[in-house]
Design a protein around this ligand. Structure first.
Ligand code: PLP
Length: 314
């Protein structure tokens, strides 16, 4: 196990070794590099707490299962690696990144029978004020056609369409891209789930049956709203026109929690300021996730919030 320090002090875990971040690498024949034959997760670390860990590990296992891949170690051992990576990086606030690739083989499209997956774990510090500023000011989104494949429920590193969409959005002066399907409905963001709040205070986000990623934060927001007795929530497709007519809009993701969307394609959402329902959703979610991270079972992913029945407005 290497104890060499990287100049930045960052340490990465790769297949059993903790290495200076700059020295950590995988083989050039790794199928993650050759074919994006790999899956990943991103967990937030807030004040030293690993948020929504169970939800992320559940989804990682699901992604692996869908691609007939395996975790290279038991879940308990992975949790120990995650904590050790945080410790070695002295990380209090930021992101923990996990990636499992199918491993290195002679290049061939056909999936090999042998199983020798690689595991990469990295950590990156982020000043929490970066996101708090975005939360206070709100962010802009730009719409981009959704050109992704039909298995967006699997969190693979095959992210080129997402990368192109985010880049287009940034070039248009927006922070995030909202992806639009052939029917003119928003599917999700390039790395976030998309929500709107109607004038009647109904929260709407796309249903999981229609080729989006089941966001762990999305599930956490559902659980937090339900715990607070807020049941006016609908899981369904919504159009760009509905989004323009909404009173509020927001995005959810592990990295930023809930962030208000105040402009869509340059047009203000509602009064153009972060909305009360959005900000409440964020604080309810963070409260619930922090309770869970402190070891107080809050129901966040005990029953797997992803599978919880969603109460709909009658
Ligand atoms: N949708 C996409 C396409 C994503 O890449 C992500 C996160 O990376 C999300 C939604 C949000 O998911 P989570 O809340 O689990 O971070």
């Amino acid at each position: 196990m290497s104890r060499r320090k990287s100049p930045t002090g960052r340490v990465a875990y790769v297949d059993g070794r903790y290495l200076p971040h700059a020295a950590a690498s995988v083989h050039i024949e790794d199928r993650g590099l050759q074919f994006a034959d790999s899956v990943y997760e991103v967990c937030a670390v807030n004040g030293g707490l690993l948020m929504d860990e169970a939800g992320h590990l559940n989804r990682l296992e699901r992604s692996l299962h869908e691609l007939a891949m395996e975790l290279p170690m038991q879940r308990q051992a992975l949790k120990a690696v995650m904590r050790e990576t945080l410790r070695r990086n002295r990380l209090k606030d930021g992101l923990l990144y996990l990636q499992v690739t199918r491993g290195a083989y002679r290049r061939d499209h056909m999936i090999p029978d042998a199983k020798r997956p690689s595991l990469i774990v990295t950590a990156r510090a982020i000043d929490p004020q970066t996101y708090e500023k975005r939360r206070a000011e709100g962010i802009a989104v730009a719409t981009v056609p959704d050109i992704r494949w039909g298995r967006c429920d699997i969190k693979t590193t095959g992210l080129l369409p997402n990368v192109l969409a985010k880049t287009k959005a940034r070039q248009a002066g927006a922070y995030e891209a909202w992806l639009v399907d052939a029917k003119g409905c928003i599917t999700e963001g390039s790395s976030t789930n998309a929500w709107i709040v109607t004038k009647d205070d109904v929260l709407i986000t796309r249903d999981l049956a229609s080729n989006i990623l089941a966001g762990v934060t999305r599930a956490g927001v559902f659980a937090a709203l339900s715990r607070a007795g807020i049941n006016a929530v609908e899981e369904r497709a919504f159009t760009l026109a509905e989004a323009h007519a909404a009173r509020e809009a927001f995005i959810s993701s592990a990295s930023g929690g809930v962030l208000p969307v105040v402009r869509i394609d340059g047009r203000p959402v509602g009064d153009g300021k972060p909305g009360a329902t959005t900000l409440r959703s964020h604080s309810l979610y963070r409260e619930l996730a922090a309770e869970e991270a402190r070891g107080r079972p809050s129901g966040l992913h005990g029953e797997s919030a992803e599978k919880q029945p969603i109460k709909r407005r009658s």
